[in-house]
Every structure is written in C-alpha cells, then in structure tokens.
Design a protein around this ligand. Structure first.
Ligand code: SF4
Length: 333
C-alpha cells in the first residue's frame, strides 16, 4: 500500500432500523440513521465527523467497527470489505480497529481492576500469558500519563479524565491502526478536554495512529481534525480540510453550524446571525429532495424534489446551490 491510498474507504454505507408496530411487530417504516454515506480516511490523518445529535455520526462510527451491522454499503479497510466478513474473521481483524467511547465509566467493568481491564484484550486476542499481558499494561498506562500504581485501582477510584485515559490505553493495547473516537471528550470538564485531546495527538505521532474523531463540539473537531465530514440527518453534507470548513464552507448547513460557533471564524462573526427555522426532521420521515430543505435559507423549488449528490471535486458538497468562497475567505451565495 502506498501512503496515498486510503486506509479506510466507506462507500454508500446505510444503517436503517425497522419501526415495528402491533402484536406481530409488523415493520411499518424505517429509521434512516445512516443513509448513503461515503468518505475516505488516509493513513496517519484524523478525520473529524461533526453534526448535531441524531445526525448519524455515532452510528457511522459503530458501523465502521461492525458494532452495528450495516444495512448496505462497504467498509473497506486495507482493501478488505469488513462489512461482509464472518463474525470469526471480523474478530481477528478487530485488533486493527478499536474504539474510544464517550463514557469510559460505562465501557469499563467497575468490578475489575485497571490492570486486568488493560490486560484482558491481549489475553483474549493474542493468547498472551497473564504476566506478559500485565507487563504490557504497566507500559501502556504510563504512555497515557497515569502512574503504574493505578493498575491496582478500580474505575470508580479514578476521575473522569483518568478513566478516559484508561479507555484510550485499553484501545492501544492491541496496537490498532485505526481508532474511532466517539465523543471522547464531551463528558469531560473543559480543562480536562484539552489534556485528552493533546494526549490523542501525542499518541498519534508516537504510534502512527489514524483517527476517526466523532463530536458535536466544533472546538474539539477544529483542534484535532485534518479533514472534516459534516453530517445532517444521516447524510454527508460536505467534506473538506479543517481550514476550508472553517474559513470557506460550501454547504448552507455547515455555515449555520459555524454561525453557532462565532469564535471559529472572524469573517463569519462579523456577519448578521443566520435565522434557522424549524427543528431537525425525524430520520424516520426525512424530507424529500435535499434533507436540509425544510430549514435551509437558500432552498429553491428543485431542493424539495431532487436529492443533491455529493460532488466529486476537491471539496465535495451535497447542495444544488453551494456557497462560493471569495479570495478573502468570506462566504458568498
Ligand atoms: Fe439548501 Fe437546496 Fe442546498 Fe439543500 S440543496 S442545502 S435546500 S440550497
């Protein structure tokens, strides 16, 4: 593999959940949590996925790791479509793909000491002897900035930030190539968030990791991401470098997201605020045409009937009337 080839290619990924009703639980509809999502992740980069709650970003992350079985589409990791692997083959492949969860407390068994929690993946996947796995745990816990004596503690004896460091250490134990971080700092105090983000950056440099970083927080996304995927109602709205997203967004939804985060861009801060009508529609009943047309200030007749496809240029956008960026970075329509 050359360094320019993607490590991960997500193609037309769909995850629908049936809506059942009645005594025989007849399927009466579907929740389109992820609906035709495609993007690439390159080796060594951090790809941020951002959007409001319910946009499908976490389901996308879980589907990449096969924690959710995709309804359709491909998840090609190092040339193999892992969406179609058998459970046994996927289990062996899982050592390359790990996850850091939002709430480390619920992902760590409260009755098991940290040392055993860290050693367990090595014993289960690599059949390492307990002593060897514990020795590796002692190395890794220091890599994430915790003293060795914490190996004897239980999760409830640690602070939220320390527990998230343990969650990161557990993900590192199997020496993965790709880590999906699902809102890893959202539950932490702001002062601790920066420490955990810096740790993730340091580990990326040290171990050559690739991240998919999922967050609704634009600050964290901007700080850690090389490129960003913007999602709305199960679909990709825009994909671009972090610089492009924050200085010259092309999708009206991205502009509205940034409008709610004025410190992101001085040009946008000087503009009048954008008034957004209505709530996010239900993914069980997404609008026809462009899913954003019910709230989009730029919507026109075609937007209500024709789904805008993600463009195939260097700054992909799914919009019939994308915003134009002038040379000074100010956004025009
Ligand atoms: Fe707005 Fe139309 Fe673009 Fe959708 S396709 S974002 S409704 S302008």
């Amino acid at each position: 593999m050359t360094t320019t080839e993607p490590l991960l290619q997500v193609r037309n990924l769909k995850k629908y959940y049936p809506i059942r009703k009645g005594v025989i639980a007849r399927t009466v509809g579907q929740v389109r949590a992820v609906d035709d999502v495609s993007f690439d992740v390159h080796p060594g980069e951090t790809l941020g996925i951002v959007g409001e709650s319910g946009c499908g970003k976490s389901t996308t992350g879980r589907a990449i790791l096969r924690l959710e079985t995709p309804t359709a589409g491909s998840v090609i990791f190092e040339g193999t479509d892992i969406a179609t692997l058998s459970a046994g083959t996927m289990r062996r492949r899982r050592t390359d793909l790990q996850m850091v969860f939002q709430d480390p407390y619920s992902s760590l068994n409260p009755q098991i000491r940290i040392g055993d929690l860290l050693a367990e993946p090595l014993i289960a996947h690599h059949r390492l002897k307990r002593a060897a796995a514990q020795a590796r745990a002692a190395e890794i816990i220091q890599v994430v900035g915790l003293p060795r004596l914490y190996l004897n503690r239980y999760p409830h004896e640690l602070s939220g930030g320390q527990r998230q460091r343990v969650g990161i250490a557990r993900a590192l134990m199997l020496e993965p190539k790709l880590i999906v971080c699902d809102e890893p700092v959202s539950a932490l105090d702001v002062s601790i968030q920066a420490q955990v983000l810096n740790l993730l950056k340091d580990l990326q440099g040290e171990f050559g990791l690739t991240y998919v970083f999922i967050s609704h927080g634009l600050g964290a996304i901007k700080y850690i991401s090389d490129r960003i995927v913007v999602m709305y109602l199960g679909k990709v709205m825009e994909v671009a470098t972090t610089q492009e997203i924050f200085t010259a967004p092309r999708h009206p939804y991205t502009e509205i997201l940034l409008d709610a985060y004025p410190e992101a861009n001085p040009h946008l801060r000087d503009r009048p605020r954008i008034i957004v009508e209505g709530d996010v529609p239900s993914p069980a009943k997404p609008p026809a045409g462009c899913v954003f047309h019910t709230r989009c200030p730029s919507a026109q007749a075609i937007c209500t009937t024709e789904i805008p496809r993600l463009s195939t240029d260097a700054h992909p956008v799914a919009c019939h009337f994308p915003l134009l960026a002038s040379k000074n970075g100010k956004v025009e329509s």
